[in-house]
Design a protein around this ligand. Structure first.
Ligand code: GCV
Length: 715
């Protein structure tokens, strides 16, 4: 499997990335040709002769990845030679137990710091040693090595020992059996159920490669709004085929469990979790699943929420439901991820306080293989929410984070918004659970409360679009999710920078400009969609575009007016003790700032307070003026992003440059749509003129109220 390098190689680095058409399919694993001969020569030494010690499907994958990388870096002219012996090689890929004794001795006790999925990249006497306890660790280490090359790191001083801080790092697909994707905006589901199990599409393999390259080790392949059919032999055989394909990449399969599956599939009269027949049914079903997938990860459950059946139907608690499933998977080492996204359709209290009210009293009542999966904020993946108050409030029950990578409420994959910025805001929020510094990241990595089980899930933004994610730049969110899952305290500036280099180019100007766009993008979007703590003001049902006027219908808490409660005097949701008192679910430290309308950061103002339109804010403006100026600022921000991007022409391939440029047309016009329609709507209440500097709306309010778009994707 070796092709000797030839003298002809040298001329090929002129074919730098700019020259290629590129549809984005290769994600951040582009392995673009080196920009000049010096760079190429430098890295070639490390890529030419590599030793891989041992044999396994995962080690075969490592070898294949190094070939793919070399084909890219050297434009197919130089392929690495592999050997089993380490002697003359500059790069070694070797399990730590197989290292020569002498080297083990020199590496010392630090070697024992490498845990199950961890790795150590170590420059040692002119060589690079990639070592790990397991083959999966070696795979992660190889991707880290290739990333170091992609981002042009110097390898001589490399000394990177990494272990994941979170154990279960999952994607959650909301994919349906008919291949639609709930809240999916990048085409259809990549799972071709009709062709499975016999046909394993190359895209499944590339999916596993991409996930392994960022350390994702689990995937729940089916919608949380579940269909019991997924648990039947027909679909288990298909899930097994995927599990077999993913296994060498270190990725386990998880399935969603529809709570009333025993009734649907086998006509049991009840799905009561305390009914012995129901318990036996789940035990048998679980045994059956493990007979197909011996390393099945476990169940993910949405219960008692938005029409899904659950333990409430039988007067039981969420713990009763979760524990029944936990007992079924326990003998096989499986886990249950039980979602805390539970709220009552009658809206008995402020919707955002219901999960806390329900779960907090159950702390310590769950089996040790249950982990409660909590959305980042207490409402529903809004452009900005404070962190969920359950974080820090359940010391005896492991909690995992659920982020939404797909952009249901943030432009539906046509806006460039860097989600890592928003996720950092949540992860670095202080719960004060054990005093200052008790960040959400420490809750979910288990260090704050000593959780034995830790996890994080991201609702996937992946579909059949050629570039996987609809917007080329939405790939960055998948990438960043993996990186933050590995270490929730990772530096998001570095994540953005590395993603840009790996995906597009190492050009200094390109990276600096694009990174700036990324880092500003979230605040810009919040300004043109939901400034000052506004929330849930999107259109009904498909959630695309503005809808502050949405009212009536079956459920109060699915309207916009329930949340902003605009009147001629004031606007906002009072969540202080004078109102719903959801604020009391947070540590007292937060009450001091968030509880005071004069001290609260303006970002959260209308989330927690009702404020009169003419109230003077810390900026010197009254509320109405500040709101109008922020909407305007958001639009200007979107235009600024667009103009910055226009300067990038010629710095990357034209295909992706143009793709992103055309998406900016959508983003800017939708930003204007949000600004104009929201300001016109709220102006009916404030009755004040638009302040100077805010552009006149393009249409009258009636136009926006009547605007309808058919067949919005994602529902
Ligand atoms: C899968 C929101 C979305 C739903 C989603 C739900 C959930 O309400 O609009 O599509 O359902 O969250 O997270 O369960």
């Amino acid at each position: 499997m070796s092709i000797k390098k030839s003298g002809a190689t040298i001329v090929f680095f002129i074919l730098i990335s700019v020259g290629y058409a590129n549809d984005g399919y290769k994600l951040w694993l582009q392995y673009l040709p080196f920009e000049n001969k010096a760079v190429s020569d430098y890295y070639r030494d490390y890529l030419e002769n590599i030793s891989i010690s041992g044999e396994s499907p995962t080690l075969d994958i490592i070898q294949k990845e190094l070939i793919i990388a070399s084909e890219g870096f050297f434009d197919q002219q130089v392929l690495p030679e592999f050997s089993k012996t380490t002697d003359s090689n500059l790069t070694w890929i070797i399990r730590s137990e197989d290292l020569p004794e002498e080297i083990k001795g020199k590496l010392g006790t630090k070697l024992s710091e490498v845990k199950e999925e961890g790795y150590w990249l170590k420059s040692y006497q002119g060589k690079i040693i990639i070592t790990a306890k397991t083959d999966i660790g070696l795979l992660y280490g190889t991707f880290a090595f290739l990333k170091a090359i992609q981002t042009r790191e110097k390898l001589e001083n490399l000394d990177r020992l990494e272990n994941p801080k979170i154990q279960k790092r999952l994607l959650n697909h909301w994919d349906n059996l008919n291949r639609t994707v709930e809240r999916g905006y990048a085409g259809f589901s990549i799972w071709n159920w009709h062709r499975l199990p016999n046909h394993i599409d190359q895209q499944y393999i590339d999916y596993a490669r991409a996930n392994a390259s960022i350390g994702i080790n689990g995937t729940s392949i089916f919608n949380v709004n579940s269909n019991a059919l997924i648990l039947t032999p027909e679909y288990l055989a298909k899930a097994k085929a995927l599990a077999d394909a993913f296994r060498p990449y270190g990725i386990k399969i998880y399935l969603t469990a529809r709570f009333n599956a025993p009734m649907i599939l086998d006509s049991l009269p009840t799905a009561d979790p305390l009914d012995p027949d129901v318990q036996i049914w789940w035990k048998k079903k679980t045994e059956e699943i493990y007979s197909y997938i011996p390393d099945f990860g476990g169940f993910l459950v949405k219960a008692d929420s938005e029409g899904q059946p659950g333990p409430h139907n039988y007067g039981r608690t969420q713990a009763d439901g979760a524990n029944m499933l936990a007992d079924a998977v326990k003998p096989f080492g499986g886990i249950v991820m039980w979602r805390a996204f539970v709220y009552n359709e009658k809206t008995p209290t402020d919707r955002i306080r219901q999960a806390y009210d329900e779960f907090k009293p159950l702390d310590g009542k769950f089996r040790d293989n249950v982990i409660v999966q909590v959305k980042n904020g207490p409402l529903d993946f809004q452009p900005r929410e404070p962190f969920h108050p359950l974080f820090g409030a359940m010391p005896k029950t492991p909690l995992m984070m659920e982020f939404q990578i797909t952009k249901e409420y943030l432009g539906q994959e046509t806006h460039w918004v860097n989600l890592a910025t928003m996720w950092r805001e949540i992860l670095q929020s202080d719960t004060y659970a054990k005093g200052k510094g008790s960040t959400v990241s420490k809750v979910i990595d288990g260090s704050l409360h000593g959780y034995k089980l830790t996890g994080i899930a991201g609702v996937a933004n992946i579909g059949t679009d050629r570039n996987w994610t609809g917007h080329q730049t939405a790939q960055a969110d998948w990438y960043a999710f993996g990186k933050l899952a590995w270490n929730p305290d990772s530096n998001i500036d570095e994540i953005a920078e590395n993603w840009l280099k790996m995906t597009f180019s190492n050009d200094v100007d390109f990276v600096a400009t694009s990174k700036e766009i990324m880092l500003q993008s979230h605040e810009i979007l919040v300004n043109y969609m939901t400034p000052l703590g506004l929330h849930h003001i999107m259109a009904r049902s498909h959630h695309w575009g503005p809808g502050p006027w949405v009212t009536g219908g079956g459920r109060e808490d699915w309207t916009a007016t329930y949340y902003h409660k605009a009147s001629e005097e004031e606007i906002g949701f009072d969540r202080t003790e004078k109102g719903s008192n959801a604020l009391a679910q947070y540590a007292p430290e937060w009450k001091k700032t968030w509880g005071d309308a004069d001290k609260i950061p303006l970002e959260y103002l209308l989330w927690f307070h009702r404020v009169s339109w003419d109230k003077k804010l810390s900026t010197g403006n009254n509320l109405w003026t500040e709101m109008a100026l922020r909407y305007q600022k958001g639009v200007e921000g979107a235009r600024w992003m667009q103009s910055q991007w226009a300067k990038m022409e010629g710095k990357i391939d034209q295909e992706r440059y143009e793709h992103i440029s055309s998406f900016f047309k959508i983003q800017v016009s939708e930003a204007e749509w949000w600004r104009d329609s929201c300001l016109l709507y709220f102006q009916q209440f404030s009755k004040m003129p638009l302040p100077p500097g805010v552009e006149k709306p393009k249409h009258v309010l009636k136009y926006y109220l009547n605007f309808k778009r058919n067949f919005v994707p994602g529902i």
